[in-house]
Design a protein around this ligand. Structure first.
Ligand code: NAD
Ligand code: DAU
Length: 354
């Protein structure tokens, strides 16, 4: 039985990964270490309550004793690190926590994995172990109108979030280059799908449209993101964990580039048709002050993961966005709960001067 330490899996991509893995494998153990920050939500994991293949542990990836004790208890084969502060706007307002979690937390996981997996007497790594860092295309910076990010594009992050993720990637590479640690890094484009916290573009806009609230489009709305349905990202992570060549970086993306304003108008059109609600129209769009240092365009070249591992995205955007909107409409209570309380003060603060 393969045993995984998965971190940050009460959040968006991680919870989707738990469901993906439990559906695919019978003989598996997933130990899910999550601090339950504002972005972590045990409700996201309700579907696997009572499943003995998934064990939830509340805790911080920066906690040395806790992470060491988990290695001692479970003798993990894999570490897959999803845990992070993940929102660019929050990193612009408050960068320190991004260094703490994304950089220091990653280094702590690497250190604890090295202690558990490196045999100091034999001077070799135990068989079958791997550390996988879930990273982002944002470490490459921004593209102009032409070209795509490849794995050899220079690291050139702009936001504090992207800089913390880039720094973590460098540490992961350093553990491979210096100590020979078996690692992979995945760098994925923008994900969308169920359980995404509504600070991010798609769920925020769905929620605002439903409530006839203004739709805050940063700047001209012509920034481009490369959208990937979350299940396709989970599939890529599983493939890289199992078959990725040790030490390699894999970009993940599906050539689904869309300007933000297109995404917003698609959500308006979809909800207008489905809810037959006269209060829903493009008049809700408000172009607001742009994000500081806003990256203009991301676009992934996924040829390496396709050629080496046979990965390809299964969900076209037109299908994925409908599934996603369906999910948020069917899970109104989830949305109501995550947008009550501190979300209201976050929203008021983040959008007040825009
Ligand atoms: P998220 O914000 O939805 O979830 C992050 C999770 O990490 C939460 O459950 C939170 O409680 C947990 N966490 C935060 N700090 C922690 C700590 N110190 N210790 C333990 N747990 C902690 O994020 P997401 O969108 O699911 O992203 C997951 C990972 O994927 C991140 O590393 C992110 O950088 C990367 N990524 C995200 C996207 C995207 O579009 N969302 C794309 C590419 C890569
Ligand atoms: O590219 C991968 C990255 O995608 C991940 O590493 C990050 O964790 C994830 O948050 C995401 O980053 P973005 O900054 O691209 O995602 P976000 O949903 O915050 O914004 C998407 C685009 O929409 C971006 O150009 C900013 C814009 N935007 C966002 C919000 C929240 C708006 O115009 N208005 C908004 O209110």
């Amino acid at each position: 039985m393969k045993k995984y330490l998965i971190t940050g899996c009460a959040g968006f991509i991680g919870s989707n990964f738990v469901y993906y893995m439990l559906k695919k494998y019978n003989d598996i153990l997933l130990v899910n270490l999550d601090k339950l920050t504002y972005a972590g939500n045990l409700e996201n994991l309700k579907g696997c309550e009572g499943d003995s293949r998934h064990i939830f542990v509340q805790g911080d990836i920066c906690d040395k004793e806790l992470v060491s004790s988990l290695f001692a208890q479970y003798d993990f084969d894999y570490v897959i690190n999803f845990a992070a502060e993940s929102h660019v706007d929050r990193s612009i307002a408050n960068p320190e926590i991004f260094v703490q979690t994304n950089v220091m937390g990653t280094v702590n996981l690497l250190q604890r994995a090295k202690e558990a997996w490196y045999d100091t007497e034999k001077k070799s790594w135990k068989e079958g172990k791997k550390y996988l860092q879930v990273s982002t295309d944002e470490v490459y910076g921004a593209l102009g109108a032409e070209g795509f990010f490849t794995e050899t594009t220079p690291i050139n992050p702009h936001s504090p979030y992207a800089s913390s993720k880039a720094s973590a990637d460098h540490f992961v590479k350093a553990f491979h280059d210096t100590y020979g640690m078996p690692i992979n890094i995945t760098r994925c484009s923008n994900n969308y799908g169920p359980y995404q916290f509504p600070e991010k573009l798609i769920p925020l806009m769905i929620n605002n449209v439903k409530h006839h609230k203004q739709l805050p489009v940063y700047g001209d709305g012509m920034q481009i993101r490369d959208w990937l349905y979350v299940e396709d990202h989970c599939k890529a992570i599983d493939m890289v964990a199992n078959a990725g060549k040790i030490g390699e970086v894999y970009n993940v993306g599906g050539h689904n580039e869309r300007p933000n304003i297109f995404i917003v108008k698609t959500i308006i059109e979809q909800l207008c048709n489905r809810l037959q609600d006269d209060g829903i129209s493009e008049a809700l769009i408000k172009h607001v002050e742009d994000r500081l240092g806003h990256d203009r365009r991301y676009g992934i070249d996924p040829n390496k993961i396709k050629a080496d591992l046979g990965w390809y995205p299964e969900t076209p955007f037109e299908v994925g966005i409908v599934k996603t909107i369906d999910w948020y409409l069917e899970n109104e209570e989830w949305m109501n709960r995550v947008t009550s309380g501190t979300y209201q003060s976050y929203y008021a603060e983040m959008y007040k001067n825009r």
